[in-house]
Design a protein around this ligand. Structure first.
Ligand SMILES: NC(=O)c1ccc[n+]([C@@H]2O[C@H](COP(=O)([O-])OP(=O)(O)OC[C@H]3O[C@@H](n4cnc5c(N)ncnc54)[C@H](O)[C@@H]3O)[C@@H](O)[C@H]2O)c1
Length: 445
């Protein structure tokens, strides 16, 4: 049964009987689409350094200033200078009147300070934004989202540019309630494409070489397609048994196909040799290949445990260790984790351990890679409509779709767009982090 059909059934059958509200249609990025589909309001509490650059970005992108009345496609508040409970009250006073003005699929984007551990009130107030943004995400309706960018005192405003563009645009449709830390970019600064040139804005990955594992189907195929749409040349990798589907993906996007079982002992070296011989380098590595072998721990055998750890974690570690000089000086590694690795999941001790392991690997490698100008991050998908989730029993599947703020499952493209944001050369300020693509799922919240 196709995902579309399942969605139709869920929308008009079971769901209607249960009296569950209609599923909002999310605003997703289309090439040529404007950053926002309406006016935006940009404010600041205190002497934040980010409001002016955001205003300039929106002006250049042709987004009207909303003023005091009328609908809002987005509200951006620079609260990076807020340090006291009184100033936090000003944040509330700014935001409250904007909530009712937010149009469907609107965006709330807050910019907050990094906690200052030397000042208890400032540290408490900085952390208060976590609770604030997560609650706004849960209050918003009709496909609107709320996300938080946390900035250090020395963060250059330009470092926020790729993240502001991502979170305001339709590319972040299924990313909700997330807290992303933006620091001074690693490596040489890279200027983002001018926002007033649609040709360049739509090709943020032009000239970049990307390797994507597990690219024959599901999320991996969407990642390959999305990175190629955005200008990258893609090496699509999957097991030989998926060779036919892999070739189709590679042909469709004008990339190359590499049949490779990433758990084979010589896999890292074969991948590096392929990249060196074909392109001389790689700019983006997406560790997407993953498997499940679910069993309660009481019934778990070593084969199931080891197979999952081998594909989902050991292969990523081995490939990262082998990349060496083939990874360019604006290298971006993006690893696919899972909300199961954050929340845990019954029957998935092996899978959750492997995915939590990915999050740990990313944290450990980020400082080491930063010295070379390279970032490494993870995305943690929640419920995404793929063959993997289509195999779930109907009840579990329907529950998985519903228990998030956007009241629906995500699409593979939602994960792909998030990976595309982390893959940009100019996005050197986001590293060592795990960004959930889960519509603010209650699991692991
Ligand atoms: N679908 C979801 O809801 C969801 C949620 C959270 C995380 N994820 C993660 O997203 C990633 C993609 O998931 P999906 O739903 O698209 O899965 P999928 O099963 O549809 O696709 C996975 C791909 O990886 C390939 N693969 C498996 N083992 C491999 C190996 N040893 N070498 C090379 N390729 C290999 C498979 O052949 C397949 O093409 C996985 O890491 C998965 O754990 C998915």
């Amino acid at each position: 049964m196709s995902n579309d059909l399942l969605r139709d059934i869920s929308q008009f059958g079971l769901v209607q009987q249960l009296g569950v509200p209609r599923i909002p249609v999310l605003r997703r990025h289309e090439p040529g689409a404007p950053l926002l589909d309406g006016p935006a309001l940009v404010g600041a509490v205190g002497a934040g350094r980010f409001a002016e650059p955001v205003r300039a970005l929106l002006k250049a992108a042709g987004i009207a200033d909303a003023g005091d009345e009328g609908k809002l496609a987005a509200v951006v508040l620079d609260a990076s200078a807020v340090r006291t409970i009184d100033e936090l009250a000003e944040v509330q006073q700014f935001l409250t009147p904007t909530m009712r003005r937010l149009q469907p699929c609107g965006r709330v984007l807050l910019i907050a300070p990094e906690p200052d551990d030397t000042d208890p009130e400032a540290a408490a107030v900085a952390h208060a934004f976590d609770g604030l943004i997560r609650s706004i995400g849960k209050e918003l309706r009709a496909g609107a989202t709320a996300n938080l960018l946390v900035t250090a005192p020395h963060t250059d405003p330009a470092a926020l540019d790729p993240s502001v563009r991502f979170f305001l645009s339709g590319r972040s449709a299924y990313v909700d309630g997330q807290v992303v830390h933006v620091t001074q970019p690693v490596g040489e600064p890279v200027d983002p494409a001018p926002v007033d040139d649609p040709a360049l804005v739509d090709k943020p990955l032009a000239g970049r070489i990307a390797a994507v594992t597990g690219a024959a189907r599901g999320i991996g195929a969407a990642v390959a397609e999305t990175l190629a749409r955005d200008g990258a040349t893609v090496v699509a990798i999957d097991v030989p048994a998926a060779g036919e589907a892999l070739a189709k993906v590679a042909n469709r996007i004008g990339g190359t196909a590499l049949q490779l079982d990433i758990t084979a002992p010589d896999a890292p070296q074969r991948l590096v040799t392929h990249l060196k011989e074909r392109y001389g380098r790689v700019d983006v590595v997406v560790h997407n290949a993953g498997i499940t072998r679910d069993k309660l721990l009481a019934n778990m055998d070593a084969d199931r445990w080891n197979a999952v750890l081998a594909v989902n974690l050991r292969a990523q570690l081995a490939i990262n260790a082998a990349l060496g000089d083939v990874l360019s000086s604006t290298g971006r590694i993006v690893c696919v984790a899972s909300t199961s690795g954050i929340a845990g999941n019954r029957g998935q001790t092996n899978y959750a351990a492997s995915k939590a392991g990915v999050i740990g690997m990313v944290r450990a490698l980020a400082p080491q890679l930063a010295e070379r100008g390279v970032t490494i991050n993870a995305v943690a998908p929640g419920f995404i409509e793929t063959e993997m989730t289509a195999k779930m029993p109907l009840g579990t599947r329907e529950a998985g779709r519903r228990i998030n703020s956007l009241r629906q499952g995500g699409l593979p493209v939602d994960v792909a767009e998030t990976i595309g944001w982390l893959a940009r050369a100019e996005n050197g300020g986001v590293t060592g982090q795990t960004v959930r693509v889960c519509g603010q799922s209650l699991l692991g919240a």
